[in-house]
Design a protein around this ligand. Structure first.
Ligand SMILES: Nc1nc2c(ncn2[C@@H]2O[C@H](COP(=O)(O)O[C@H]3[C@@H](O)[C@H](n4cnc5c(=O)[nH]c(N)nc54)O[C@@H]3COP(=O)(O)O)[C@@H](O)[C@H]2O)c(=O)[nH]1
Length: 496
């Protein structure tokens, strides 16, 4: 029996360690993939700035630069330079006097100059990250790289710039990592802690990361379970259990289990008509607290479900839950519409529309009460996506393009995909009050109107933003903390 207990405990501790390394490695890899996408976006924007067919800083050239920003996910401003002086930009237009930029922090062998955190010309008090290549330059929010990191990690990101390696961002003492050889997949020990290492193959840089709150083996229910199993069970069965539980503990396994056990919940964020601020709909947003009580961001677990190919299970769970929670309220409020986020995989799934029809029929809810929001960043077959969208629209659902303006392909989407509404990303709302990028919103609104598309403006946090947007387009709808944070179903419809 003592041998059984010992083997069980050993297996439990080993499995707990495997689980931690598995989760850390996955989060670190997710970061590398996301920051690679930012890197690709930057390179593409720099190339397109140089491809402008118009005379530098002419009206047509400025429109070209603005288009690049609208179509890029991360670039906040596209800038034209000459001899290290800024001449014009998508946000400021043509400068009265060419202005010198600060010296770069790094220069790569490809001739890209990087200013990691620099005051932005013409925007007092605002700082950003700038990358220059020849006479082209882009500005991005430095958080474009920080936001991609899971908050549960202690991390250091080391960037390599040919001639030197440097700590790019870090939330821990970097412990000489800039000078230490780093190899993807080969963990490093720092102060007795094991850090996973993942490196980019597309761009240059590595993340060194460890979970901050490493579960203690002594208090772990997993280890206790193994110990007990070892105590009462035989070694053969123990090995089977070890591998079964080990698999089930990875992030995606835990997410699948949470789905099966109905542990995920839905909150609803109101959408209002800006003219009178009446609630006309809501967006459903999924939430997950794992068994340690930690809230895991949908940004993280939706990406995992997409990568691992079970996003359709998530979408179906959300739709069923929305109907279970809101069917009565929706039947009582014709015209009120709740939207569900879908992925390209859902839209391409030939069984999806039939699934939706059956669920709506069972719940007695009309198709007009449910809309679908699609954020499409992949290069998936657009014709097929277009056909999937039309199937949903023919069934009576409104289809929205979400986060409009953040995806480099957004504009070409609108031409190819016929949708009902676009949701303008909150980065454009944020820029409204700083004055500099104010001009982008009217352009986007005008474009939506030209294409007869309805509009939802996202991320409205202040009364000033709401008023500016209502002035630009009184028919637009708005969503954001000003009108309400996401709430549980019971709090969505005002009493009475
Ligand atoms: N496929 C699915 N994707 C989903 C689902 N539920 C959520 N998501 C996607 O995850 C991303 C993060 O969502 P979340 O953390 O829920 O954040 C949403 C809002 O809380 C936030 N928000 C809303 N108003 C404001 C605001 O005024 N300021 C501010 N800083 N943030 C605000 O924005 C998120 C909603 O964004 P969007 O979807 O782009 O309208 C997000 O991409 C979700 O789409 C799901 O069930 N399925």
């Amino acid at each position: 029996m003592a041998i059984g207990l010992g083997v069980g405990l050993w297996a439990g501790v080993a499995t707990l360690h495997d689980q931690i390394e598995d989760d850390t490695g996955r989060l670190a890899q997710l970061y590398i993939e996301r920051s690679d996408a930012v890197g690709d976006d930057i390179v593409q924007a720099l190339t397109r700035i140089r491809q402008s067919p118009a005379a530098p800083c002419s009206d047509d050239d400025l429109a070209w630069l603005r288009r690049i920003v609208i179509e890029s996910r991360n670039v906040k401003s596209a800038v034209r330079m000459h001899d290290h002086e800024m001449l014009c930009s998508s946000t400021l237009g043509k400068l009265a006097v060419p202005t010198d930029r600060a010296r770069p922090d790094y220069e790569t062998s490809r001739g890209r100059r990087v200013l990691v955190d620099t005051p932005l010309i013409g925007m007092p008090g605002v700082r950003g990250m700038v990358i220059e290549e020849g006479d082209a330059s882009v500005v991005l929010n430095r958080d474009a790289f920080v936001d991609k990191i899971d908050p549960r990690l202690d991390y250091t990101v080391v960037a390599e710039y040919d001639t030197r390696r440097d700590v790019f961002i870090s939330n821990m003492p970097p412990a000489g990592l800039a000078s230490r050889p780093l190899v993807a997949g080969e963990p490093v020990l720092l102060d007795g802690r094991r850090f996973e290492v993942r490196c980019s193959t597309a761009h240059t840089g590595c993340i060194v990361a460890a979970l901050r709150d490493r579960p203690s083996a002594r208090r772990s229910p997993l280890v206790m379970a193994f110990g007990l199993f070892g105590l009462f069970g035989g070694l053969g069965g123990g090995v089977g259990l070890v591998s079964a539980i080990a698999r089930s503990r990875s992030l995606s396994r835990r997410l699948r289990a949470a789905l099966r056990n109905n542990e995920l919940t839905i909150v609803y964020q109101p959408i209002v008509r800006l003219a009178d601020r009446q609630r006309v709909g809501a967006e459903s947003l999924i939430r997950w607290r794992d068994n340690r009580g930690d809230a895991i961001s949908p940004d993280v677990f939706i990406a995992v479900a997409e990568e691992e190919g079970f996003i359709s299970e998530v979408t179906r769970f959300v739709l069923r839950r929305v109907l279970a929670e809101l069917a009565d309220g929706l039947r009582a409020r014709p015209g009120f519409r709740v939207t569900v986020n879908v992925s390209a995989r859902d839209v391409l799934d030939p069984t999806f529309a039939a699934f939706v029809r059956q669920e709506l029929h069972a719940a007695g809810v009309s198709p007009g009460a449910i809309g679908f929001e699609l954020t499409e960043r992949s290069t998936a077959d657009r014709e097929a996506i277009g056909r999937g969208i039309q199937t949903l629209r023919k069934a009576g659902h409104a289809v929205y393009i979400d986060d409009f303006g953040t995806d480099y392909s957004s504009l070409s989407y609108l031409a190819q995909l016929q949708v009902d509404m676009i949701k303008i990303d909150r980065s454009f709302t944020l820029a409204l009050e700083d004055g500099a990028a104010q001009s982008l919103m009217p352009q986007m609104v005008a474009m939506a109107r030209t294409l007869s598309l309805g509009l939802v403006i996202e991320g409205i946090e202040t009364d000033a933003q709401a008023r500016i947007v209502a002035d630009i387009d009184a028919d637009a709808l708005g969503q954001g903390w000003l009108f309400g944070s996401p709430v549980e179903a019971s709090r969505l419809f005002p009493a009475g």
